[in-house]
Design a protein around this ligand. Sequence first.
Ligand SMILES: NC(=O)c1ccc[n+]([C@@H]2O[C@H](COP(=O)([O-])OP(=O)(O)OC[C@H]3O[C@@H](n4cnc5c(N)ncnc54)[C@H](O)[C@@H]3O)[C@@H](O)[C@H]2O)c1
Ligand SMILES: [Zn+2]
Length: 361
Amino acid sequence: MAHSIKTFKTINSEIYLGNDVFVLLNEYLFAYEKSKIFLLVDQNTLNSCASQLISHVKALEKAEIVEIESGEENKTIDICYQLWKTLADYNADRNALLINLGGGVISDMGGFVASTYKRGIDFINIPTTLLAQIDASVGGKVGVDLDGLKNMVGLFNEPKAVFIYPDFLKTLDKRQMLSGYAEALKHALILDKKYWNQLKKGMLSDSSFWLELISASIKIKNQIVLNDPTEKGERKKLNFGHTIGHAIETHYLSGDDLPLLHGEAIVIGMICEAYISTKVNGLSEEHLKEIAATFSKFYKLPILKMEEYHALLELMKNDKKNSKSNLNFTLLKEIGSATFNHPVETALIIDAFDFYNTIYS
Ligand SMILES: NC(=O)c1ccc[n+]([C@@H]2O[C@H](COP(=O)([O-])OP(=O)(O)OC[C@H]3O[C@@H](n4cnc5c(N)ncnc54)[C@H](O)[C@@H]3O)[C@@H](O)[C@H]2O)c1
Ligand SMILES: [Zn+2]
């Protein structure tokens, strides 16, 4: 059976990908036979994924299911407190295992809770959104938001293993799929022009392409993480679109407007940061046009109101990626190549917001 499973070696563990991964998971869980196993879900993954998983993985029949409410607004220390308490109430000892079944919110927060409970218990990820399968569950970043500020509290700690079952995506809605696709487009923009040329055609509706897409993106992300696990250098490339994107995501989480999904906020960030790249990093106008046209074809997004600009700039100054008063950007040189540690002036960021608005007006 194991022949139809793709394996990626990470720093200290493995990522398994394929529609047969449950066979492997079942064997893997033998090691935890005598320990308590917790399955962390939100209401959607409880409904759409948990019973399918448990029916294939006998070792999970006795697992304690721990459910939280879905949504980024729950990626908080308050929910962690409840989860730590739940583990303690069940007398979870240091041999316990936490399985994160869900999107990036579940893997970021579950990973953080496991990493800190009794100074760390084992956890594994079973990502169920495209975003989590290609990005959030790879690379060992775990954590929560603080007053809406993204990922302010957290650490680097890899899961013991990641099991990716692409067919979980069958119940995910189109908007969520596109949110994940944004990270794949980012992987292509920073490192792989050929991948970009493939992705810009739009392949999401074809489920036979999912495996290839997930595999290509994991390969890119995992290689970058292996080269620079703690983000001293090259890993910063993965932040393309995120300096502006995180500010937008936070702003829309706290405001009266409907929240944007992570990938949607990152798309706005990528368009703005591609514009900045033409001004200070030699990205050609032609590539900028191609990037903006591709994103605007896939994503329906709001324009940025002029009166919001100031609040967005303030949020960027709070971002942990920025040192002192400098806003630090990862910028494109061309499609498929990025450089990092670029300080950028406020005036240019404002021009970038204006440019974005011309694309979406
Ligand atoms: N750690 C990292 O390296 C990293 C990288 C990228 C993003 N992230 C984080 O990931 C988070 C976003 O992740 P996300 O987009 O997966 O969000 P999410 O976890 O909120 O999931 C999105 C929605 O889809 C639902 N869902 C999940 N799986 C489903 C399925 N199979 N069928 C139907 N519904 C399903 C969820 O309940 C939720 O409502 C953000 O907090 C972001 O900061 C982390
Ligand atoms: Zn992201």
